[in-house]
Write a protein that binds this ligand. Structure first.
Ligand code: FAD
Length: 467
Protein backbone atom coordinates (compact mmCIF):
# COMPACT_ATOMS: atom_id res chain seq x y z
CA UNK A 1 0.00 0.00 0.00
CA UNK A 2 1.45 3.39 -0.98
CA UNK A 3 1.15 6.28 1.46
CA UNK A 4 0.47 9.20 -0.84
CA UNK A 5 0.52 11.80 1.91
CA UNK A 6 4.26 11.41 2.49
CA UNK A 7 6.89 13.20 0.42
CA UNK A 8 8.78 10.83 -1.90
CA UNK A 9 12.32 11.29 -3.14
CA UNK A 10 11.31 10.52 -6.72
CA UNK A 11 7.93 10.62 -8.44
CA UNK A 12 7.81 8.73 -11.73
CA UNK A 13 4.88 9.68 -13.96
CA UNK A 14 4.12 6.86 -16.42
CA UNK A 15 4.15 3.09 -16.31
CA UNK A 16 6.00 1.79 -19.39
CA UNK A 17 9.58 0.71 -19.95
CA UNK A 18 11.11 4.16 -19.41
CA UNK A 19 9.17 4.67 -16.18
CA UNK A 20 10.05 1.27 -14.75
CA UNK A 21 13.73 1.51 -15.68
CA UNK A 22 13.78 4.92 -13.98
CA UNK A 23 11.92 3.67 -10.90
CA UNK A 24 14.22 0.67 -10.45
CA UNK A 25 17.39 2.73 -10.98
CA UNK A 26 16.20 5.40 -8.54
CA UNK A 27 15.30 2.80 -5.93
CA UNK A 28 18.62 1.03 -6.38
CA UNK A 29 20.15 4.47 -5.90
CA UNK A 30 18.62 4.59 -2.44
CA UNK A 31 15.59 6.80 -3.14
CA UNK A 32 12.01 6.30 -2.06
CA UNK A 33 10.02 6.04 -5.31
CA UNK A 34 6.37 6.39 -6.27
CA UNK A 35 5.14 5.39 -9.75
CA UNK A 36 1.87 6.94 -10.93
CA UNK A 37 0.46 4.95 -13.86
CA UNK A 38 -2.63 6.38 -15.52
CA UNK A 39 -3.83 2.99 -16.79
CA UNK A 40 -5.45 0.30 -14.73
CA UNK A 41 -3.25 -2.59 -13.60
CA UNK A 42 -4.45 -4.77 -16.47
CA UNK A 43 -3.60 -2.14 -19.10
CA UNK A 44 -0.41 -0.95 -17.43
CA UNK A 45 2.68 -0.38 -19.50
CA UNK A 46 1.64 1.85 -22.39
CA UNK A 47 3.16 1.07 -25.77
CA UNK A 48 5.83 -1.07 -24.16
CA UNK A 49 3.25 -3.89 -23.92
CA UNK A 50 3.36 -4.21 -27.71
CA UNK A 51 7.11 -4.38 -28.19
CA UNK A 52 9.24 -7.32 -29.21
CA UNK A 53 12.83 -6.18 -29.28
CA UNK A 54 15.50 -3.61 -28.47
CA UNK A 55 18.52 -2.39 -30.43
CA UNK A 56 21.79 -2.27 -28.47
CA UNK A 57 25.43 -2.01 -29.53
CA UNK A 58 27.58 -5.07 -28.76
CA UNK A 59 31.12 -6.10 -29.67
CA UNK A 60 30.60 -9.78 -30.42
CA UNK A 61 27.96 -12.40 -31.15
CA UNK A 62 26.10 -13.65 -28.08
CA UNK A 63 23.75 -16.52 -27.34
CA UNK A 64 20.92 -14.50 -28.82
CA UNK A 65 22.65 -12.19 -31.33
CA UNK A 66 24.24 -13.51 -34.50
CA UNK A 67 27.15 -11.06 -34.72
CA UNK A 68 28.68 -7.80 -33.50
CA UNK A 69 26.95 -4.43 -33.87
CA UNK A 70 29.55 -1.79 -33.12
CA UNK A 71 28.92 1.65 -31.67
CA UNK A 72 30.14 3.10 -34.98
CA UNK A 73 27.69 1.04 -37.05
CA UNK A 74 24.79 1.96 -34.76
CA UNK A 75 25.77 5.62 -35.08
CA UNK A 76 26.04 5.36 -38.88
CA UNK A 77 22.57 3.80 -39.01
CA UNK A 78 21.11 6.51 -36.78
CA UNK A 79 22.77 9.29 -38.75
CA UNK A 80 21.43 7.90 -42.03
CA UNK A 81 17.89 7.25 -40.89
CA UNK A 82 17.50 10.65 -39.22
CA UNK A 83 19.20 12.48 -42.08
CA UNK A 84 21.44 14.07 -39.44
CA UNK A 85 18.49 15.33 -37.40
CA UNK A 86 19.77 14.03 -34.08
CA UNK A 87 21.68 15.48 -31.13
CA UNK A 88 25.05 13.88 -31.85
CA UNK A 89 26.41 14.06 -28.32
CA UNK A 90 23.27 12.63 -26.77
CA UNK A 91 22.84 9.98 -29.46
CA UNK A 92 26.42 8.76 -29.11
CA UNK A 93 25.98 8.74 -25.34
CA UNK A 94 22.85 6.61 -25.74
CA UNK A 95 24.61 4.18 -28.07
CA UNK A 96 27.55 3.79 -25.68
CA UNK A 97 25.22 3.21 -22.72
CA UNK A 98 23.12 0.74 -24.73
CA UNK A 99 25.98 -1.78 -24.55
CA UNK A 100 25.57 -2.08 -20.81
CA UNK A 101 21.77 -2.19 -21.00
CA UNK A 102 21.83 -5.71 -22.51
CA UNK A 103 23.09 -7.04 -19.17
CA UNK A 104 21.49 -4.47 -16.89
CA UNK A 105 18.02 -5.31 -18.11
CA UNK A 106 18.66 -9.01 -17.43
CA UNK A 107 19.71 -8.10 -13.88
CA UNK A 108 16.24 -6.55 -13.55
CA UNK A 109 14.61 -9.90 -14.36
CA UNK A 110 14.02 -9.58 -18.11
CA UNK A 111 14.89 -12.59 -20.29
CA UNK A 112 15.98 -12.68 -23.94
CA UNK A 113 15.10 -15.24 -26.58
CA UNK A 114 16.83 -16.14 -29.85
CA UNK A 115 15.91 -13.55 -32.45
CA UNK A 116 13.02 -14.07 -34.84
CA UNK A 117 13.99 -14.73 -38.45
CA UNK A 118 11.92 -13.99 -41.54
CA UNK A 119 11.33 -10.59 -43.03
CA UNK A 120 12.64 -8.63 -40.09
CA UNK A 121 16.39 -9.25 -40.63
CA UNK A 122 17.19 -8.13 -37.09
CA UNK A 123 19.05 -11.17 -35.77
CA UNK A 124 22.38 -9.37 -35.48
CA UNK A 125 21.27 -5.99 -34.18
CA UNK A 126 18.19 -6.49 -32.00
CA UNK A 127 17.58 -8.56 -28.88
CA UNK A 128 14.09 -10.07 -28.51
CA UNK A 129 12.24 -10.23 -25.18
CA UNK A 130 11.23 -13.74 -24.14
CA UNK A 131 7.44 -13.56 -24.09
CA UNK A 132 7.35 -10.10 -25.71
CA UNK A 133 6.90 -6.65 -24.20
CA UNK A 134 4.26 -7.68 -21.73
CA UNK A 135 6.48 -10.34 -20.16
CA UNK A 136 9.33 -7.82 -20.12
CA UNK A 137 7.14 -5.34 -18.27
CA UNK A 138 5.86 -7.92 -15.81
CA UNK A 139 9.48 -8.68 -14.90
CA UNK A 140 10.27 -4.99 -14.38
CA UNK A 141 7.14 -4.45 -12.26
CA UNK A 142 7.97 -7.48 -10.15
CA UNK A 143 11.52 -6.29 -9.56
CA UNK A 144 10.38 -2.76 -8.77
CA UNK A 145 7.86 -4.03 -6.23
CA UNK A 146 10.40 -6.35 -4.63
CA UNK A 147 12.78 -3.42 -4.26
CA UNK A 148 10.09 -1.39 -2.50
CA UNK A 149 8.98 0.94 -5.31
CA UNK A 150 5.40 2.06 -4.60
CA UNK A 151 3.06 1.82 -7.59
CA UNK A 152 -0.41 3.26 -7.98
CA UNK A 153 -2.74 2.57 -10.93
CA UNK A 154 -5.62 4.63 -12.32
CA UNK A 155 -3.39 7.53 -11.25
CA UNK A 156 -3.52 10.12 -14.02
CA UNK A 157 -1.30 13.13 -13.36
CA UNK A 158 -3.29 16.16 -14.51
CA UNK A 159 -1.20 19.07 -13.21
CA UNK A 160 2.36 19.82 -12.17
CA UNK A 161 3.39 22.57 -9.77
CA UNK A 162 6.65 23.93 -11.15
CA UNK A 163 8.42 27.11 -10.01
CA UNK A 164 11.55 28.46 -11.72
CA UNK A 165 12.34 25.09 -13.26
CA UNK A 166 11.79 23.28 -9.99
CA UNK A 167 9.15 20.57 -9.59
CA UNK A 168 7.20 20.82 -6.32
CA UNK A 169 4.18 18.57 -6.62
CA UNK A 170 1.81 16.76 -8.96
CA UNK A 171 -1.96 16.63 -8.94
CA UNK A 172 -3.90 13.45 -9.65
CA UNK A 173 -7.19 13.48 -11.54
CA UNK A 174 -8.88 11.73 -8.65
CA UNK A 175 -7.67 11.18 -5.10
CA UNK A 176 -6.19 7.81 -4.19
CA UNK A 177 -6.73 6.92 -0.53
CA UNK A 178 -7.75 10.51 0.06
CA UNK A 179 -4.65 12.12 -1.47
CA UNK A 180 -4.64 13.99 -4.80
CA UNK A 181 -1.52 16.13 -4.38
CA UNK A 182 1.77 14.20 -4.57
CA UNK A 183 4.96 15.77 -3.25
CA UNK A 184 8.41 14.61 -4.30
CA UNK A 185 11.97 15.96 -4.38
CA UNK A 186 12.42 15.02 -8.03
CA UNK A 187 10.22 14.18 -11.01
CA UNK A 188 10.85 11.68 -13.79
CA UNK A 189 8.40 12.27 -16.65
CA UNK A 190 8.02 9.03 -18.61
CA UNK A 191 4.46 9.40 -19.84
CA UNK A 192 4.87 8.82 -23.58
CA UNK A 193 4.19 11.03 -26.58
CA UNK A 194 0.88 12.55 -27.75
CA UNK A 195 0.04 9.98 -30.43
CA UNK A 196 -3.31 9.05 -28.85
CA UNK A 197 -4.49 12.67 -28.75
CA UNK A 198 -6.34 13.07 -32.07
CA UNK A 199 -7.18 16.72 -31.35
CA UNK A 200 -3.49 17.53 -30.85
CA UNK A 201 -2.53 15.58 -34.01
CA UNK A 202 -5.14 17.61 -35.90
CA UNK A 203 -3.23 20.81 -35.12
CA UNK A 204 -0.58 19.63 -37.58
CA UNK A 205 -2.42 17.13 -39.83
CA UNK A 206 -5.85 18.76 -40.03
CA UNK A 207 -8.96 16.63 -40.48
CA UNK A 208 -6.81 13.80 -41.92
CA UNK A 209 -5.91 12.84 -38.35
CA UNK A 210 -9.48 11.58 -37.85
CA UNK A 211 -8.55 8.70 -40.16
CA UNK A 212 -5.38 7.76 -38.29
CA UNK A 213 -5.34 4.59 -36.25
CA UNK A 214 -3.25 4.49 -33.08
CA UNK A 215 -1.25 1.29 -32.83
CA UNK A 216 -0.72 1.46 -29.10
CA UNK A 217 -2.15 2.69 -25.83
CA UNK A 218 -5.01 5.20 -25.71
CA UNK A 219 -3.38 6.75 -22.62
CA UNK A 220 -0.46 8.50 -24.33
CA UNK A 221 -2.32 11.75 -24.85
CA UNK A 222 0.67 13.97 -24.17
CA UNK A 223 -0.92 15.59 -21.14
CA UNK A 224 2.32 15.66 -19.15
CA UNK A 225 4.34 16.74 -22.17
CA UNK A 226 1.96 19.66 -22.67
CA UNK A 227 2.13 20.67 -19.01
CA UNK A 228 5.92 20.64 -19.08
CA UNK A 229 6.15 22.68 -22.29
CA UNK A 230 3.57 25.16 -20.98
CA UNK A 231 5.52 25.51 -17.73
CA UNK A 232 8.89 26.46 -19.17
CA UNK A 233 10.57 23.29 -20.44
CA UNK A 234 12.27 23.62 -23.82
CA UNK A 235 10.71 21.59 -26.61
CA UNK A 236 12.59 19.56 -29.18
CA UNK A 237 11.53 17.86 -32.39
CA UNK A 238 9.16 18.50 -35.24
CA UNK A 239 5.53 17.95 -34.13
CA UNK A 240 4.63 16.37 -37.48
CA UNK A 241 7.37 13.76 -37.21
CA UNK A 242 6.36 10.38 -35.85
CA UNK A 243 6.76 6.69 -36.40
CA UNK A 244 3.86 5.63 -38.61
CA UNK A 245 3.33 2.41 -40.56
CA UNK A 246 0.61 1.07 -42.82
CA UNK A 247 -1.82 -1.02 -40.77
CA UNK A 248 -5.02 -2.81 -41.64
CA UNK A 249 -7.89 -0.36 -42.08
CA UNK A 250 -10.09 -2.80 -40.14
CA UNK A 251 -7.89 -2.51 -37.02
CA UNK A 252 -9.37 -0.98 -33.84
CA UNK A 253 -8.82 2.74 -33.24
CA UNK A 254 -6.33 2.01 -30.41
CA UNK A 255 -4.11 -0.82 -29.22
CA UNK A 256 -4.30 -3.04 -32.33
CA UNK A 257 -0.63 -3.81 -31.76
CA UNK A 258 1.81 -5.60 -34.02
CA UNK A 259 -0.63 -8.07 -35.60
CA UNK A 260 -2.36 -5.34 -37.60
CA UNK A 261 0.80 -4.26 -39.46
CA UNK A 262 1.16 -5.21 -43.10
CA UNK A 263 4.53 -6.30 -44.45
CA UNK A 264 3.28 -7.35 -47.89
CA UNK A 265 3.95 -4.09 -49.77
CA UNK A 266 7.07 -5.34 -51.57
CA UNK A 267 5.16 -8.36 -52.90
CA UNK A 268 2.55 -6.35 -54.78
CA UNK A 269 1.47 -2.83 -55.64
CA UNK A 270 -0.25 -0.16 -53.55
CA UNK A 271 -3.06 1.99 -54.93
CA UNK A 272 -5.12 4.83 -53.50
CA UNK A 273 -8.91 5.23 -53.57
CA UNK A 274 -8.68 6.28 -57.24
CA UNK A 275 -6.95 2.94 -57.96
CA UNK A 276 -3.71 4.79 -58.79
CA UNK A 277 -0.24 3.76 -57.63
CA UNK A 278 1.58 6.57 -55.81
CA UNK A 279 5.02 5.34 -54.63
CA UNK A 280 7.78 2.88 -55.52
CA UNK A 281 6.82 -0.25 -53.56
CA UNK A 282 10.29 -1.72 -54.13
CA UNK A 283 12.47 1.23 -53.21
CA UNK A 284 14.59 -0.52 -50.56
CA UNK A 285 14.54 -3.58 -48.35
CA UNK A 286 11.49 -3.65 -46.12
CA UNK A 287 13.09 -3.03 -42.67
CA UNK A 288 14.41 0.24 -44.10
CA UNK A 289 11.12 1.28 -45.67
CA UNK A 290 8.23 -0.06 -43.55
CA UNK A 291 8.14 3.06 -41.40
CA UNK A 292 7.55 5.46 -44.34
CA UNK A 293 4.27 3.90 -45.46
CA UNK A 294 2.17 5.39 -42.67
CA UNK A 295 3.05 8.89 -43.83
CA UNK A 296 2.62 7.95 -47.50
CA UNK A 297 -0.92 6.68 -46.86
CA UNK A 298 -1.63 9.75 -44.70
CA UNK A 299 -0.94 11.90 -47.76
CA UNK A 300 -3.50 10.04 -49.93
CA UNK A 301 -7.17 11.07 -50.34
CA UNK A 302 -9.22 9.94 -47.33
CA UNK A 303 -6.02 8.42 -45.89
CA UNK A 304 -6.78 5.00 -47.33
CA UNK A 305 -4.82 2.71 -49.64
CA UNK A 306 -4.92 -0.90 -50.81
CA UNK A 307 -2.08 -3.40 -51.12
CA UNK A 308 -2.90 -5.52 -54.20
CA UNK A 309 -1.23 -8.87 -54.86
CA UNK A 310 -2.02 -12.31 -56.22
CA UNK A 311 -2.22 -15.85 -54.94
CA UNK A 312 1.43 -16.69 -55.77
CA UNK A 313 2.85 -14.60 -52.91
CA UNK A 314 0.33 -15.35 -50.16
CA UNK A 315 2.79 -17.37 -48.06
CA UNK A 316 5.76 -15.00 -48.59
CA UNK A 317 5.07 -12.69 -45.65
CA UNK A 318 3.90 -12.87 -42.05
CA UNK A 319 0.11 -13.31 -41.95
CA UNK A 320 -1.79 -10.58 -40.10
CA UNK A 321 -4.90 -10.62 -37.95
CA UNK A 322 -7.20 -9.80 -40.88
CA UNK A 323 -7.56 -12.06 -43.92
CA UNK A 324 -7.04 -10.50 -47.35
CA UNK A 325 -10.09 -9.53 -49.40
CA UNK A 326 -10.27 -11.80 -52.48
CA UNK A 327 -11.70 -11.61 -56.00
CA UNK A 328 -11.64 -14.07 -58.89
CA UNK A 329 -10.90 -11.16 -61.23
CA UNK A 330 -9.38 -7.72 -60.71
CA UNK A 331 -12.79 -6.21 -61.44
CA UNK A 332 -14.45 -8.35 -58.77
CA UNK A 333 -11.75 -7.39 -56.28
CA UNK A 334 -12.24 -3.72 -57.15
CA UNK A 335 -15.96 -4.08 -56.48
CA UNK A 336 -15.32 -5.49 -53.02
CA UNK A 337 -12.89 -2.65 -52.27
CA UNK A 338 -15.36 -0.09 -53.67
CA UNK A 339 -12.77 1.01 -56.24
CA UNK A 340 -13.47 1.82 -59.88
CA UNK A 341 -13.00 -1.59 -61.63
CA UNK A 342 -11.92 -0.05 -64.93
CA UNK A 343 -9.30 2.11 -63.21
CA UNK A 344 -7.90 -0.79 -61.16
CA UNK A 345 -7.78 -3.08 -64.21
CA UNK A 346 -5.86 -0.42 -66.12
CA UNK A 347 -3.40 0.12 -63.25
CA UNK A 348 -2.70 -3.60 -62.94
CA UNK A 349 -2.48 -4.10 -66.73
CA UNK A 350 -0.07 -1.16 -67.11
CA UNK A 351 2.01 -2.44 -64.21
CA UNK A 352 2.16 -5.99 -65.60
CA UNK A 353 3.21 -4.68 -69.01
CA UNK A 354 6.04 -2.68 -67.42
CA UNK A 355 7.55 -5.62 -65.49
CA UNK A 356 11.00 -6.62 -66.83
CA UNK A 357 12.47 -10.13 -66.66
CA UNK A 358 14.59 -10.75 -63.56
CA UNK A 359 15.47 -13.14 -60.74
CA UNK A 360 13.29 -12.56 -57.71
CA UNK A 361 14.95 -12.40 -54.27
CA UNK A 362 13.25 -10.35 -51.57
CA UNK A 363 16.32 -10.48 -49.29
CA UNK A 364 18.46 -8.38 -51.66
CA UNK A 365 17.86 -5.44 -53.98
CA UNK A 366 17.08 -7.78 -56.89
CA UNK A 367 16.80 -6.99 -60.60
CA UNK A 368 13.01 -7.42 -60.89
CA UNK A 369 11.90 -3.94 -61.89
CA UNK A 370 9.49 -2.04 -64.08
CA UNK A 371 10.26 0.15 -67.03
CA UNK A 372 8.21 2.97 -68.51
CA UNK A 373 5.71 3.64 -65.71
CA UNK A 374 5.57 6.27 -63.02
CA UNK A 375 6.14 5.70 -60.21
CA UNK A 376 8.45 2.79 -61.01
CA UNK A 377 8.76 -0.32 -58.89
CA UNK A 378 12.53 -0.60 -58.74
CA UNK A 379 12.88 -4.08 -57.17
CA UNK A 380 10.75 -7.21 -56.63
CA UNK A 381 8.38 -6.28 -59.48
CA UNK A 382 6.49 -9.35 -60.69
CA UNK A 383 3.31 -9.60 -62.70
CA UNK A 384 0.03 -9.76 -60.78
CA UNK A 385 -1.76 -12.32 -62.91
CA UNK A 386 -2.68 -15.42 -60.90
CA UNK A 387 -6.18 -15.48 -59.37
CA UNK A 388 -7.56 -15.20 -56.86
CA UNK A 389 -6.49 -11.56 -56.62
CA UNK A 390 -6.06 -10.27 -53.09
CA UNK A 391 -5.98 -6.98 -51.21
CA UNK A 392 -5.46 -5.46 -47.80
CA UNK A 393 -7.00 -2.05 -47.08
CA UNK A 394 -4.53 0.08 -45.07
CA UNK A 395 -4.56 3.29 -43.06
CA UNK A 396 -1.80 5.25 -41.29
CA UNK A 397 -1.00 3.53 -38.00
CA UNK A 398 0.68 6.00 -35.66
CA UNK A 399 3.18 4.38 -33.30
CA UNK A 400 4.60 7.37 -31.47
CA UNK A 401 5.29 11.08 -31.88
CA UNK A 402 8.69 12.78 -31.70
CA UNK A 403 7.91 16.21 -30.25
CA UNK A 404 9.33 16.18 -26.74
CA UNK A 405 11.20 17.81 -23.90
CA UNK A 406 14.84 18.71 -24.41
CA UNK A 407 17.19 16.87 -22.06
CA UNK A 408 20.92 16.73 -21.36
CA UNK A 409 23.12 13.67 -20.76
CA UNK A 410 21.76 13.37 -17.22
CA UNK A 411 18.29 13.04 -18.76
CA UNK A 412 17.62 16.31 -16.98
CA UNK A 413 15.11 18.55 -18.69
CA UNK A 414 16.42 21.81 -20.12
CA UNK A 415 14.35 24.94 -19.55
CA UNK A 416 13.47 27.49 -22.25
CA UNK A 417 16.26 29.79 -20.98
CA UNK A 418 18.79 27.01 -21.61
CA UNK A 419 19.35 26.24 -17.93
CA UNK A 420 18.97 22.65 -16.67
CA UNK A 421 15.92 22.07 -14.50
CA UNK A 422 16.65 21.81 -10.78
CA UNK A 423 14.95 18.44 -10.34
CA UNK A 424 13.02 17.32 -13.44
CA UNK A 425 14.09 14.43 -15.65
CA UNK A 426 12.51 12.80 -18.70
CA UNK A 427 12.83 9.42 -20.39
CA UNK A 428 11.33 7.47 -23.26
CA UNK A 429 8.93 8.67 -25.93
CA UNK A 430 8.46 11.99 -24.13
CA UNK A 431 12.07 12.92 -25.02
CA UNK A 432 12.61 10.69 -28.09
CA UNK A 433 12.91 13.76 -30.33
CA UNK A 434 16.35 14.48 -28.86
CA UNK A 435 17.65 11.40 -30.67
CA UNK A 436 15.06 10.93 -33.41
CA UNK A 437 14.52 14.13 -35.40
CA UNK A 438 12.89 11.95 -38.05
CA UNK A 439 13.02 8.36 -39.33
CA UNK A 440 13.26 5.16 -37.31
CA UNK A 441 15.14 1.89 -37.07
CA UNK A 442 13.46 -1.05 -35.38
CA UNK A 443 14.17 -1.31 -31.67
CA UNK A 444 15.33 2.24 -30.95
CA UNK A 445 12.19 3.16 -29.01
CA UNK A 446 13.10 0.70 -26.29
CA UNK A 447 16.76 1.75 -26.34
CA UNK A 448 15.75 5.35 -25.70
CA UNK A 449 13.45 4.31 -22.86
CA UNK A 450 15.88 1.93 -21.19
CA UNK A 451 19.02 4.05 -21.45
CA UNK A 452 17.49 7.38 -20.51
CA UNK A 453 15.12 5.75 -18.02
CA UNK A 454 18.03 4.23 -16.15
CA UNK A 455 20.00 7.49 -16.28
CA UNK A 456 16.99 9.59 -15.26
CA UNK A 457 16.26 7.36 -12.27
CA UNK A 458 19.87 7.33 -11.12
CA UNK A 459 20.26 11.11 -11.48
CA UNK A 460 16.87 11.85 -9.91
CA UNK A 461 17.84 9.74 -6.88
CA UNK A 462 21.17 11.56 -6.55
CA UNK A 463 19.43 14.88 -6.94
CA UNK A 464 16.76 14.08 -4.37
CA UNK A 465 19.26 12.84 -1.83
CA UNK A 466 21.71 15.69 -2.48
CA UNK A 467 24.56 13.38 -3.49
C1 FAD B 1 2.53 -1.94 -31.86
C2 FAD B 1 3.85 -1.39 -31.38
C3 FAD B 1 5.00 -2.15 -31.49
C4 FAD B 1 6.22 -1.65 -31.08
N1 FAD B 1 7.33 -2.43 -31.15
C5 FAD B 1 8.52 -1.97 -30.71
C6 FAD B 1 9.67 -2.82 -30.63
O1 FAD B 1 9.62 -4.03 -30.90
N2 FAD B 1 10.85 -2.25 -30.24
C7 FAD B 1 10.94 -0.93 -29.88
O2 FAD B 1 12.03 -0.47 -29.54
N3 FAD B 1 9.86 -0.13 -29.88
C8 FAD B 1 8.66 -0.61 -30.27
N4 FAD B 1 7.56 0.21 -30.22
C9 FAD B 1 7.73 1.56 -29.67
C10 FAD B 1 7.80 1.42 -28.14
O3 FAD B 1 6.60 0.87 -27.69
C11 FAD B 1 8.02 2.75 -27.43
O4 FAD B 1 9.09 3.45 -27.99
C12 FAD B 1 8.34 2.51 -25.94
O5 FAD B 1 7.52 1.53 -25.39
C13 FAD B 1 8.16 3.80 -25.20
O6 FAD B 1 8.31 3.56 -23.81
P1 FAD B 1 7.80 4.69 -22.80
O7 FAD B 1 7.98 4.12 -21.46
O8 FAD B 1 8.40 5.99 -23.15
O9 FAD B 1 6.25 4.84 -23.17
P2 FAD B 1 5.03 3.85 -22.87
O10 FAD B 1 5.48 2.45 -22.75
O11 FAD B 1 3.99 4.15 -23.89
O12 FAD B 1 4.53 4.30 -21.43
C14 FAD B 1 3.91 5.55 -21.23
C15 FAD B 1 3.14 5.43 -19.95
O13 FAD B 1 2.70 6.72 -19.50
C16 FAD B 1 1.39 6.56 -18.96
N5 FAD B 1 0.77 7.89 -18.94
C17 FAD B 1 0.43 8.68 -19.98
N6 FAD B 1 -0.07 9.84 -19.54
C18 FAD B 1 -0.05 9.80 -18.20
C19 FAD B 1 -0.44 10.70 -17.17
N7 FAD B 1 -0.95 11.90 -17.44
N8 FAD B 1 -0.27 10.32 -15.87
C20 FAD B 1 0.26 9.11 -15.56
N9 FAD B 1 0.65 8.22 -16.50
C21 FAD B 1 0.50 8.56 -17.79
C22 FAD B 1 0.75 5.53 -19.86
O14 FAD B 1 -0.37 4.93 -19.27
C23 FAD B 1 1.91 4.56 -20.06
O15 FAD B 1 1.97 3.62 -19.03
C24 FAD B 1 6.31 -0.31 -30.58
C25 FAD B 1 5.15 0.45 -30.42
C26 FAD B 1 3.93 -0.08 -30.81
C27 FAD B 1 2.69 0.76 -30.61
Amino acid sequence: MADLTKKYDVLVAGGGNAALCAAIAARRGGASVLVCEMASKFYRGGNTRHTRNMRCAHDAATEILTGPYSEEEFWDDLLRLTGGQTDEELAKFMIRESKDILNWIVEQGVRWQPSLGGTLSLGRTNSFFLGGGRAMLNALYLTAEKLGVKIVYDAEVTDLQIEDGMFLSARLKQPIDGAAQIRASALVAAAGGFEANIEWLKEYWGEAADNFLIRGTPYNRGSILKLLLDKGVQDIGDPTQCHAVAIDARAPKFDGGIITRHDSVVFGIVVNKHAQRFYDEGEDIWPKRYAIWGRLVAAQPDQIAYIIFDSTVVTSFMPTLFPPIAGATIAELAGKLELDPVALEKTVTDFNAAVQPGTFDHTILDDCRTEGIAPPKTHWARRIDTPPYLAYPVRPGITFTYLGTRVNKQSRMVMKDGKPSANMFAAGEIMAGNVLGKGYAAGIGMTIGSVFGRVAGREAAKNARNW
